[in-house]
Design a binder for this molecule. Structure first.
Ligand SMILES: [Zn+2]
Length: 454
């Protein structure tokens, strides 16, 4: 029976945030919607083509897929930075590739922008963000080769900021309608939600890069950009049996000629922005529906590249509720990665279930416990404690995923900014998502505690 007073309820409310954090970190076996075993091995047939540009950056063992620690295990999480990557502790191969691209003049010398709360990132005085040499996507400048529009008649779907506790709901809906989507994932969220990550992969959805800790990328140095992209690619690579992501989306849509060049020239990544923003981070279901009702009856050319998030029930429901109208208006619903370019999802594979990659007998880099058959492994400097020097968000140094943050984004000054002008999205709104999620989980924690005490 229920037998506690207002004071106790108040005390429980105070306890709710830490409880919520504990509850929100999944275990490998307790996932109500997807009881996946994250230790399940993927096929061992994933290799990069011998002549692939990024082959040297993400080397693999011939028997890859079996040698890496199980996704979600402490040994697995210990391989990756726990917070913002340290630009002084990057694999030498990445640094060499960046240096080579810089020396070849392939990385434009665009000034670094600065983040100011409640404003878009700003460039130094005299630098025009929409000039061809800068071309900031925050200021809606489109760089040739970046993806903003979809093919005619296509509603190109993607969901950002996962994996998340809301991911299984999204996967269930997409599976029930035999649909796939592209998930632009955050590195530390993969660490925090390995079960949801594996469920996404095993559902044959597309895994793409949304950086490691979700910064405004134009505010970072070249090395910091390298770390944000490289570590996210590596955790995806090492957790998917060796697939190398092909696409990335800059957080807040913030990229420019320099940032996109590092992504492309060093890591082979193509930049995906969007041409429609659902504002689903607002938590306002009516606003999402109003947007959809405006777009869906509209012209079919260009196709829609829609910004959505898997960061709350409201955000996920934004697509689910709009689905009948998307169909009735004749849109072809396709994952953005499968709607554009050559429709291949990964640089070294067409998709998560295809076998069209060329085997290459190469080794895993920079890992002291990796099989060693080449001297290149000794050139890496990441084998000690990746990211340890910059880990400021955690009090624990344990390898367990349970001490990872539940709301990693929205902790930097930039993330508290809003974007009042033509920016593709609002930083403050993205933070709202995290707060909304925390609030929801707090309520859940209270209810569970209530049950335990009654
Ligand atoms: Zn995002």
């Amino acid at each position: 029976m229920f037998n506690f007073n207002i004071a106790k309820l108040f005390a429980l409310t105070l306890l709710a945030p830490p409880l919520a954090q504990a509850l929100s970190v999944p275990t490998s076996t307790h996932d109500h919607a997807h009881n996946h075993e994250v230790r399940r091995s993927l096929p061992d047939t994933w290799y990069q083509p011998e002549d692939h540009a990024v082959k040297a950056l993400f080397r693999r063992a011939p028997d890859d897929g079996n040698d890496y620690p199980p996704v979600g295990s402490p040994a697995w999480s210990a391989r990756f930075p726990r917070s913002t990557p340290d630009p002084n502790a990057l694999p030498q191969e990445w640094l060499d590739a960046l240096a080579a691209a810089e020396a070849a003049g392939r990385i434009p010398d665009v000034p670094i922008s600065s983040g100011t709360p409640n404003q878009n990132p700003r460039y130094p005085p005299g630098v025009n963000p929409t000039s061809p040499t800068v071309c900031s996507s925050t200021y809606k400048c489109r760089i040739d080769g970046d993806i903003w529009d979809g093919p005619d008649g296509v509603f190109a779907t993607s969901f950002d900021d996962g994996p998340q506790p809301y991911t299984p709901k999204l996967l269930d809906f997409f599976q029930s309608h035999n649909l796939k989507t592209t998930h632009f994932m955050i590195g530390v969220h993969i660490l925090a939600y390995p079960s949801q990550f594996m469920a996404t992969l095993e559902s044959d959805h597309d895994i793409a890069v949304h950086t490691y800790t979700h910064p405004y990328m134009t505010t970072l140095t070249n090395r910091e950009i390298l770390g944000q992209l490289g570590w996210t690619m590596l955790i995806i690579h090492d957790s998917t049996g060796g697939r190398v992501p092909k696409y990335w989306r800059p957080p807040y849509g913030d990229s420019d000629m320099r940032v996109r060049a590092i992504a492309k020239e060093v890591f082979g990544l193509d930049t995906v922005i969007w041409n429609r923003d659902t504002d689903d981070y607002s938590g306002n279901a009516t606003l999402i529906a109003d947007h959809m009702n405006q777009w869906l009856p509209g012209p079919k050319s260009p196709g829609l590249v829609v910004l959505q998030h898997e960061t709350s029930d409201v955000a996920v429901d934004g697509f689910i509720n709009a689905y009948p109208s998307i169909v009735s208006h004749g849109w072809d619903i396709v994952s953005v990665a499968r709607a554009i370019g050559d429709r291949r999802v990964y640089q070294n594979a067409a998709g998560s279930r295809s076998n069209d990659v060329v085997p290459a007998g190469i080794i895993a880099i920079g890992r002291s416990d990796a099989p060693s058959s080449s001297s290149s492994s000794s050139t890496s400097n990441l084998s000690s404690t990746p990211g340890a020097a910059t880990s400021t968000s955690f009090s624990s140094t344990s390898g367990s995923v349970t001490d990872l943050p539940t709301t990693t984004i929205g902790t930097s000054p930039q993330n508290q900014a809003s974007q009042p002008n033509p920016a593709p999205t609002s930083a403050a709104a993205e933070q709202l998502v995290g707060e909304y999620r925390l609030l929801s989980l707090s309520v859940l924690a209270i209810l569970l505690t209530t049950c335990l005490l009654s």
